[in-house]
Design a protein. Sequence first.
Lengths: 365, 600
Amino acid sequence: MSPPDTNARAYPFTAIVGQEEMKLCLLLNVVDPRIGGVMIMGHRGTGKSTAVRALADVLPMIRRLAGDPFNRAPEDVPEHDPLLALTGIHSRAGKAEKIPVPVVDLPLGATEDRVCGTIDIEAALTQGVKRFQPGLLAQANRGFLYIDEVNLLEDHLVDVLLDVAASGWNVVEREGISVRHPARFVLVGSGNPEEGELRPQLLDRFGLHARIVTLTDLEQRMEIVRRRRAFDADPAAFHAQWLPKQRALQRRIVAAQKRLPSVVIPDDALMFAAELCMRLNVDGHRGELTLARAACALAALEGRSLVALNDVQRVAVPALRHRLRRDPLETTDAGDKVAQAASELLAQRNHHALQVPTAPAAFVV
Amino acid sequence: MMSTALPAPLSFAQLVGLDTARQALLLLAVNPLLSGVIVAARAGSGKSTLARAFAALLPDSTPFVELPLNVTEDRLLGGVDLEATLVAGRPILQPGLLARAHAGVLYVDNLNLLERATAAHVAEALSAGWVRVEREGLSTIYPAQFMLVGTYDPDEGDVPPGLLDRVGLIVPLAARTEAALRAEVVRRNLRPPQDEGETELLRGMIHAARERLRQVQIAEDQIAALMQAALALGVEGNRADLFAVHAALASAALEGRDAVDEDDLRLALRLVLIPRATQRPADSLPAAQPSPRSASNALDRDEGETSSKEPETPRELLLEAAQALLPPDLLELPFAAHQRGRRGSRGATLNMRRGRFVRAVPGDPRSGHVALLPTLTAAAPWQRLRRGSESSARVHIRRNDLRLKRYRDKAGTLYIFAVDASGSMAINRMREAKGAAIRLLQDAYVHRDQVALIAFRGQGAQVLLPPSQSVERAKRELDVLPTGGGTPLASALLTAWQLARQARERGVAHVALVLMTDGRANIGVRAVPSDRQQLREEIQQLAARLRADGVSAVVVDTQANYLSRNEGQQLAQWLGGRYVYLPNARAEHIARALGKSLAM
């Protein structure tokens, strides 16, 4: 009984039909992890987990110290590293290796010790030594951590994840083992709203919130069935067929990451973001910040170095829909409300723009 | 729990009265890509016999694993085998039931009574085809490609939609069995007739059909017809589309054909799409927009002149069949029922099983029951390290190792009592209402739940008691509750909704609203008091919101009979809750009614 190769089975990201909002949200987070992750909510069977698991294939490579279980870059690891000493892995004298950005799946039944890391059971049993066995949070460092059916996750695990996601550090203390290791990852969650209420604190922590619904276009649905049948019949051939598109997307992502530091967001776009948040009564500044970052990432992804108002508008719905105050007497969907506010505001500005020249000053995020 | 040689009292071919289920199981045997079959049937209709008889149709070594409802997570997913680990001196993993069902059948009776988390694990394994274990410091992956055969009695609640969605074939409740058929069932059970090799025959058929399956063709316009039907029926997600195609292919293979025909499409419609319907096809469908490919196909076939008389394209055929197959009440279908938010039964099911051990978590032994095996498992790896540091104890257990049993959904309920104190509540009825409320409060206290109290009169509602465990305070507040003025029902609902949301944020699992009112709302939140229509709409909207947020509700109607215009009943319906008429009911009646709907 050999374990199945989970990667070989992944459906290609570029072959996913429709669901553009979800795909864009994922890609924006790849370009700029500071956006703060994405929560994907929507109908069952619409390809939420397929998309996240497919993401791994188009992600760029990162450099890490060879064999480092925490995926650290060689320059971030001190010469006498206490972390490696604890894991019993010997430093390979600063050698580097390239690995794809990790996408780690957190299964529902995972226990806390496997998430955070614990004593190496085998070493303890057979040699009687205390060693630290890194957990999923270590594996996810500098990558993605994905939780399907996030609303079914145990509360105490959710608390752990939120703490670590906020601080970027995982701390384990147990019987003489004391570990503190970096755990910076993009948190991606998915779920179905019918399966259970999401704790509001949890939703707030995600930078973007994508919603997906069942496609109602006949031709698109037929295309899904055609591609899926082709994939099921011969996965290898299907992969080969989509390889050029996969590679092209990967190149685009790498280029966008390179371009991002030089992307400029002009004052009028920042003003637009702020006005939009004010109009929608969004508390705090997380809304504006996410809008700005996502807009920059979008511009970078499309090969532009200057953010346009239109970029802000395009990311407004996923960046803000979960930040509106809930009003039980409101019947419009939060996303529609954001979209409407954004287009009204844009129309207003365009009108003004005819008289007032925009300020030339620019701001780099 | 697990057995391969089953003493099936009746063979598959001998079972009567479950024809549709039999058909579905045959399709599954031919095409395992259909993932499984879920059969709705009343108790005692032979559903479990059917599942066992099905196993007998599969090749001899096919695993057949029965999933007990009370399965713990480590038994389900796999975990450390304590005994083997201690003997071997290194961690030994034991595969769980999902992994044992690999390449075979996983059978679940009473699928609707499965724990939500258990159902989620099964669903995840169904779509992934493997189980990932990240438990007790160990990490592994087991293959788990199995066919799910599940049965349930719809009277006892619904199957979690996440599970329904991942299973291809769903057999809704069959019409009441006729007397003759019932007699036949009994007769066969009493004296099974000779099988006469029927099982062998079916096995042969299945084998041949599996071989044929690879070459069966389905035309583009036939696929289009299935998708059109799915769209018209409001089927959610894309899995059903693919299942429908697979079902049609399997049906053709079973019939020994190389091309899908109309009967195959109809069967796919009946077993895959109809059970997933959430709406009726609109009477006036938009003009057909067949894909260019299907249009040309149709032309090739018809050659002009017959086309006007050739009555039906596959699309029309299926839509017509769909109309005929849909039950009069769509809520009889599992997905439609879920979409309308009729999900009270799930909460009740969970709470009935309140107190069942699901998993072990670290904790202070004073705050719960110690789970012995998990504690030993947690201590096992450390034994060698600890040896010598302590006395001659055989097993060294430290506080850190202690594991407590965690019970599902023990986390309490918040009961919000909203009491109408308006002028229209006559003084004596008010007294009854107070009495009932106090009794309920005491009940809630016994169960360590929280209570909150809202009074509404005059211009708005007021939180008299924020969520707390103090019944005494609630009683005091009720005793001095002033009455009189208008009935701001909408404001009460809004306040209750806000309390419910705050409670959710604090992690309260379940919120129940007990609303005592005569239902004669005359003050709105935003609505103009004189506009009855507006008042009504506002209340309806708020009630729908409470319902959508999963708040269970009971409306206790305090209105005198001769005055009633059924406002209370209407309100209960909007809230998706229960209705209790107070003037006829004593406090204990109400408590019982609440117990039923709120699982107190």
